[in-house]
Design a protein around this ligand. Sequence first.
Ligand code: FPP
Length: 231
Amino acid sequence: MAEKRQNRIPRHVAIIMDGNGRWAKKRLLPRGAGHRAGLERMIALSEHAFDCGVEYLTLYALSAENLSRPEDELQGLFRLFREYFTENAEKLKAKGIRLNVIGDLSLLPEDLVGIIRRGVESTAGGGRGALTLALAYGGRQEIVAACNEAVRRGKEVTAEEFERLLWTGEIPPLDFLIRTGREVRLSNFLLWQAAYAEFYFTDTLFPDFSDGEFDEALRSFAARERRFGKV
Ligand code: FPP
């Protein structure tokens, strides 16, 4: 039977954290200041989301397409990623949250990849939830990589088998996708996984996306009727 109106918390939430640049511009600050504010919001919001009972949180931190941004903006983002993985892995581990990364890491600086791998390994045992960062990520690229893997294995696959070949293969289905920053599009994020997710779009720029607005989004999710194509 289709899953009807529900009061429960979505198990897997993803967020497209958009609007850092505009947040900075409004304050006559450099774009990097917007990303710094976004990082601080991201840290507090992820803690809040797990406290609310979300088990899997997937955050779009850098798309493959973002890699063609100006070099100084990219270097600033890489510095934030290094800082995040170095300073937060222990804290997440203490809370039982494992860190996970999806994307084409070969497009990132080698030293950053080393820092990411250490963060992922050190939190691997966490049983309370998983925080997945999408870095150098593209949904089409992920699907092509899974197709190539299926071809390499040399036999036809079912949808369920194909899903396990995606970078998100170990993560349960996406329930709820939030995008901040006024844009109403997917921008190559979790294309396959979004098939039956509920969407929530808000004008709020990511650094201003408060815990309270996240709660409002959860209430909106709880009021939805999910039919998964059934009646
Ligand atoms: C999109 O806003 C945001 C990004 C490309 C970067 C998101 C990064 C963070 C929130 C920091 C995350 C840090 C870690 C460690 C994962 P935009 O720059 O496109 O904003 P705009 O649309 O207003 O220009």
